[in-house]
Write a protein that binds this ligand. Structure first.
Ligand code: AOY
Length: 467
């Protein structure tokens, strides 16, 4: 079995669609958009991986056609459903490269919902059926877009609290990706890690680092981490030796940042008696910062209590904004029960108790990379234009049962209005098209480096930065 056979990367029903369009259809033109959802802006991220991994170059070979023919004959119990002639045509006429043009907004760009992000059209009239055959694979870009979108919204939230109570310069390391184990596959972990790193610099999802190098044209590493304990490295010492386990962490990693999960038995005792008394002088004489990690209980209560105990026992100062900041040798990271809502609650609780957001970082796992679906931002791919019998027609759906599912009509263009806000209009309207051709007839036409993507997504006080 050959992996990445494009003929097999679709929904079964699409195999039957080539016969269902009107006679003499020569072009199908479709677009991808967020039809609204949880957040008002979406970050576009992840198409380049799909194009490079699945669509570019020669993707149709005789062996792959034969393999697909055999599989579909068994799958449907009807050997003639699979459009073998259509694929043989792509092999003989186009050398196995897809006669398709894909336009897209820049990777990393942040657009209001309801804008076209991608358009797809066939470049050979005989291959009208190929446009929507690719929907299934292309729509998987929802995942990278949704992870990047939510991660950016959390950056805005943390930014607001840092701005009010501390130092916004710390924002890049305030949301760390703990999500590798909680996602359904290594591929998803890689895409999700990269999508998060569009906004932040902290990750433990190592698979995403080489993914960025491979698909986003760089030799650099875009995510960073630090030595950190897990429960086994603490509990294996035995309950009576908890302080020795902690002391060992401070000596093994004698400089810099080190994180220690501290709730194995009693997080409050660990903070008050072990970190706060027994190991206090070791912490204060250490050249670096110990990051204490609670990992159970109601996050906002536990975090406040932990920071209060550490402040009381180890020390704090008051910053220019009037908020308390722990001694620089100690900080806290919360990695349990972390999501968009709980981050806001924790930061609000700290603020209302006089503590700066500088004191805490967050580790986010399942909620960052997995607790999202295509409906979080209501992503969809719809046909908006067709050429039938040489005549171009606007195509749309407008179901009375859900006005939110109305689709756009005609060939589309994305412009920036006078205020610099993206807007989707008809192709013939004025303004420079922000949709760029990224793929044409098997070739990649425009690639983005990860630096460019980060630059495209930059924000300032949560507002789009003038580019
Ligand atoms: N990592 C900051 C660096 C990472 C982790 C990864 C699941 C870290 C913990 C920490 O400090 O405590 C996957 C749970 C934790």
């Amino acid at each position: 079995m050959i992996h990445n056979n494009i003929m097999l990367l679709t929904d079964s029903y699409k195999i039957s669609h080539y016969k269902q369009y009107p006679a003499n259809t020569t072009q199908i033109y479709s677009y991808f958009e967020s039809r609204g959802g949880r957040f008002d802006d979406v970050t576009f991220f992840g198409l380049q991986y799909l194009l490079k991994n699945y669509l570019q170059g020669v993707v149709v070979t005789q062996q792959k056609i034969d393999e697909a023919e055999k599989l579909y004959a068994q799958h449907f119990g009807q050997p003639e459903l699979f459009y073998k002639e259509g694929w043989q045509y792509i092999l003989s006429k186009h050398g196995g490269k897809l006669p398709i043009k894909i336009k897209a907004v820049a990777e990393g760009a942040v657009l209001p919902v309801h804008n076209a992000l991608i358009t797809v059209e066939n470049t050979d009239p005989a291959c009208y059926w190929l446009t929507n055959f690719l929907e299934t694979l292309l729509v998987q870009v929802w995942y990278g877009c949704t992870v990047a979108t939510q991660s950016r919204e959390i950056k805005k939230l943390i930014w607001k609290y840092l701005d009010e109570t501390g130092d916004v310069g710390l924002v890049d390391f305030k949301l760390h990706d703990f999500g590798f184990r909680g996602v359904s596959s290594v591929e998803s972990a890689s895409i999700g890690c990269a999508a998060h790193l569009v906004n932040f610099k902290g990750t433990d999802t190592v698979a995403g680092l080489s993914f960025i190098q491979d698909f986003y044209n760089t030799k650099d590493v875009f995510g960073f981490s630090i030595p950190a304990a897990e429960h086994s490295t603490i509990t294996s010492w035995g309950k009576e030796n908890e302080a020795k386990a902690y002391a060992n962490m401070l000596t093994q990693y004698s400089k810099g940042l080190v994180a220690v999960v501290s709730d194995s038995y009693d997080i409050y005792n660990a903070c008050e008696k072990l970190w706060g008394e027994e190991l206090k002088s070791k912490i204060l004489s250490r050249e670096g910062t110990l990051v204490v990690r609670p990992d159970s209980g109601e996050p906002k209560e536990v975090v406040l209590k932990v920071i209060s105990i550490l402040g009381e026992k180890i020390g704090y100062t008051t910053n220019a904004k009037g908020y308390k900041v722990l001694d620089p040798h100690i900080r806290v990271i919360q990695g349990d029960g972390v999501n968009y809502e709980s981050i806001g609650e924790i930061l609000e609780t700290l603020k209302s108790n006089g503590w700066s957001a500088d004191n805490i970082a967050f580790g986010m796992g399942g909620a960052l990379l997995q607790k999202l679906d295509r409906d979080t931002q209501k992503f969809a791919f719809k046909c908006s234009c067709a050429v039938v019998g040489g005549v171009e027609r606007e195509v749309f759906k407008d179901p009375i049962t859900d006005q939110g599912k109305r689709s756009k009509r005609g060939r589309l263009k994305v412009i920036k209005d006078a205020a610099g806000v993206y807007k989707t209009v008809g192709l013939n309207e004025a303004g420079e098209d922000q949709l760029q051709t990224v793929f044409e007839n098997g070739e990649l036409k425009r690639q983005y480096t990860f630096e460019e993507i980060i630059e495209n997504s930059k924000l300032w006080y949560g507002k789009r930065q003038a580019i």
